[in-house]
Design a protein around this ligand. Structure first.
Ligand code: ATP
Length: 247
């Protein structure tokens, strides 16, 4: 798996150009441009309210009023309905607890696997095996109701369901929100393992330390625009960057 990932690396798959987004009369994004390659984790950083979630939601097709271009391997996704964008392989994982609380972990995974073409038993079981390689903790909790999982396990279940949708790009919104440091460390390893499969990850985070430790490149937003971008090694040493990050 890792071998095929490395050969696919450095290929730009997601290209966002001059993206503007509006909530009603409010102009929230002012020309955001960014790129994500296959197999890399790219950080999208900035303080509260700068537009990180709006950027992910706009890419996922969840904001009706947008301008600009969103392309997946040269295919234009802008203005496609959200379900078609997800089908093309751009999958959004929102922040917070969002799962079917009454369903068991197995049932949640089953719903996800059937949503994306793995209808044959063999395909589904191979997809499950891949998920359990990345998220072994879920295999031990298959019969547990999603609603009683810990915050970290719930996050892993959301990412596992997203992975079962065969993503090319995962849009992860604040996965560390509300999690204890030890759980954050575990999540770090799981996200790195996801990227190892060749999936490109755009990671919106307030926890810049976490994002810097996972990414090679980052974009720092301020007031709905990219203020700074570049290699994490440079940004993490830049006083200007730290100012925009509020650290
Ligand atoms: N549904 C909405 N309607 C109107 N304005 C909104 C809506 N959602 C967000 N906003 C505004 O858009 C701006 C950007 O919010 P966004 O949630 O994208 O920021 P963020 O960087 O993700 O911050 P946070 O980490 O707090 O979620 C904020 O000023 C916010 O108040």
């Amino acid at each position: 798996m890792a071998g095929s990932a490395s050969s696919a690396q450095d290929q730009t798959v997601l290209q966002v150009e001059n993206l503007h987004a509006y909530y009603g009369q409010s102009h929230i994004l002012h020309g955001v441009s960014l790129q994500v390659h296959s197999g890399e984790v790219v950080a999208l950083l900035g303080r509260n309210g700068v537009g990180k979630t709006t950027t992910l939601r706009a890419i996922a097709g969840l904001i009706p009023q947008v301008q600009g271009h969103i392309k997946l391997a040269e295919r234009e996704l802008t203005h496609l309905p959200a379900y078609q964008i997800a089908r093309q392989g751009v999958v959004y994982v929102p922040s917070g607890r969002r799962s079917f609380a009454q369903l068991t972990v197995r049932e949640c995974l089953q719903v996800a696997v059937e949503g994306r073409g793995h209808r044959k038993k063999k395909d589904a079981s191979e997809a499950f095996d891949r998920v359990f390689e990345i998220f072994p903790a879920l295999k031990e909790r298959l019969h547990v109701a999603a609603g009683v999982l810990s915050g970290g396990q719930n996050q892993m279940l959301k990412m596992a369901c997203a992975f079962l949708a065969n993503p090319i790009i995962l849009l992860l919104d604040e996965p560390t929100e509300g999690l204890a440091p030890l759980v954050v460390k575990e999540l770090h390893n799981r996200i790195a393992a996801l990227a190892q499969t060749g999936v490109g990850i755009l990671l919106a985070e307030q926890n810049s330390k976490f994002a810097f430790s996972l990414s090679e490149r980052a974009y720092i937003l301020n007031k709905g625009a990219v203020q700074l971008s570049g290699d994490v090694t440079d940004l993490s040493d830049s006083e200007e960057a730290l100012l925009y990050l509020g650290v």
